[in-house]
Ligand binder design. Structure first.
Ligand SMILES: NC(=O)c1ccc[n+]([C@@H]2O[C@H](COP(=O)([O-])OP(=O)(O)OC[C@H]3O[C@@H](n4cnc5c(N)ncnc54)[C@H](O)[C@@H]3O)[C@@H](O)[C@H]2O)c1
Length: 259
């Protein structure tokens, strides 16, 4: 077992996109990061970019929806460190499908990766985290505004993300006695490969966002850094919307009509 006093974090889905950006931020905060992803090629590429000397990262090519793979992750943490400070449940898949065209296999896969994967990783993490009762530990889930509103083609994805919002509250209540704070971030559209839509879809999205733009990965990573820092010591069970005002919005009366 390695002896060090650095904070140890697991980030799922960190070979790409938002998870990669959070991993980079955590490395800059002097943490050890275990990057979990199925995408081996980009796992290697990401580690070369964010930790070229491989001193503060471990890569784990694993499927978060497989109980067996998560057992493997548990033994990596136990053997290497014996403790865990942070879990970020970020990995997710997001196929767009109308309910009438949705086949059962795809429905079940989305729920299994997004929701069951979050459950499996969190269940594994609590088993390790609860050993250090006096230290503050953090679980942060990445959900989505699609978990709070209905959108065309977002049934399986939206239901999985709504489940994560509820699971966040459940875990906050059950894990409080171990000093584990559990929160979620609910992003609106972030510039990643998940949001490469048609111009028409992008225009429709932007028309509903009071700030009239998508955001960048770093704004999610900054909030993730705060919600897993020791400065965050009394927030638990909360879902933070980072959506340019999307969920605050309603009918957009043109200001000129109000005169
Ligand atoms: N991009 C957005 O606008 C946006 C908005 C709201 C929520 N989100 C959420 O943020 C998270 C990250 O999204 P992103 O845009 O960075 O997407 P992304 O596709 O760039 O990254 C997701 C990562 O998860 C990995 N992954 C998928 N299934 C996995 C599995 N079974 N096991 C392990 N790893 C797996 C992928 O390989 C990928 O590296 C997702 O949960 C997504 O739903 C994204």
């Amino acid at each position: 077992m390695e002896k060090n006093n650095k904070r140890v974090a697991i980030i799922t889905g960190s070979a790409n996109g938002i998870g990669k950006s959070i991993a980079e931020k955590f490395i800059n905060q002097n943490m050890i990061v275990i990057l979990v992803d199925l995408d081996e090629k980009n796992l290697k590429k990401t580690i070369l970019e964010i930790d070229p000397l491989k001193q503060n990262t471990i890569s784990a090519k694993l499927d978060i929806s497989s109980e067996q793979d998560i057992e493997q992750l548990k033994s990596i943490v136990e053997k290497k460190f014996g403790y865990l400070d942070i879990l970020v449940n970020n990995a997710g898949i997001a196929p767009n499908r109308l309910i009438e065209d949705q086949n059962l296999d795809e429905w079940e896969k989305v729920i299994k990766v997004n929701l069951t994967g979050t459950f499996l990783c969190s269940k594994m993490a609590v088993g390790i985290m609860k050993e250090k009762k006096n230290k503050m530990k953090y679980i942060l889930n990445i959900t989505s505004i699609s978990g709070s509103v209905g959108s065309v083609g977002r049934s399986a994805y939206g239901v999985s993300k709504a489940g994560i919002i509820q699971l966040t509250k459940q875990m906050a209540v059950e894990f409080a006695e171990y000093n584990i704070l559990v929160n979620s971030i609910s992003p609106g559209p972030v510039n990643t490969k998940l949001t490469k839509n048609s111009d028409e879809a992008t225009k429709s999205y932007i028309s509903r966002i009071p700030l009239k733009r998508f955001t960048e990965k770093k704004s999610i990573a900054s909030a993730a850094t705060f919600l897993t820092s020791e400065e965050c010591d009394f927030i638990t069970g909360h879902t933070l919307n980072i959506d340019g005002g999307f969920l605050a919005g309603g009918i957009n009366f043109p200001k000129k009509d109000l005169k």
